[in-house]
Design a protein around this ligand. Sequence first.
Ligand code: SF4
Length: 229
Amino acid sequence: MSSGEILPIYEHFFTWQGEGTHQGRSAYFIRTFGCPVHCPWCDSAGTWHKDYIPSDIEKLSISELLSVAESHNPDFVVVTGGEPTIHNLNPLTQICYDKSLPVHLETSGAFEIKGKFDWITLSPKQWKKPLKENIALANEIKIIVDSETAIQDWIDSYPEILKTESVWLNPEWSKRNDPKILDIITETVKQNGAPFRAGYQLHKLYHADQKDANSRPNVPLGGNINRGL
Ligand code: SF4
């Protein structure tokens, strides 16, 4: 745990938000280093997997980092990971508030959230289940549909997610062309309507993140269960 004024950062770059309610809006992404959740299909495995961690992870001043973010005049900052909530994010969100820079959080919801965010996207993961109090804080839920039963499994385990305004159903990226996965999303939306919404990682089709030289290549584990440690 750090004081939050200096944080280990995997990458930071200017792009647009590719998913969810704010899809298509300009955003400065700050991806923190470290994640204890270990999903076997993680697409940011460089933030935690021993085989993919780069040798040049830096601890950066959050104040300086947010000055860089502000210089791009993004619609908002996205704090993602890794799992950002393993860090104290209070200083980061306070600086954003002082700068009138909206700040969004992307989290698995498995840990206490330290910081005040304008928007919280909670994407629950079965390898470390979300805290109920975090589900209540979430503005949107994002279910990664990695099996034909994933949607129903999450509803059965956490029926309260249906109280959220939007429950996005995103195909797990290695299964984005799997008709069974796409069809279960389509049928769920058609049969239930709101809060369900069909989702996609649109930025990956555009290669939008890679247009900023500060971004790192995606490191997808691709669903191989043996690669979640
Ligand atoms: S996808 Fe899973 S393992 Fe990867 S950063 Fe997110 S919570 Fe961690």
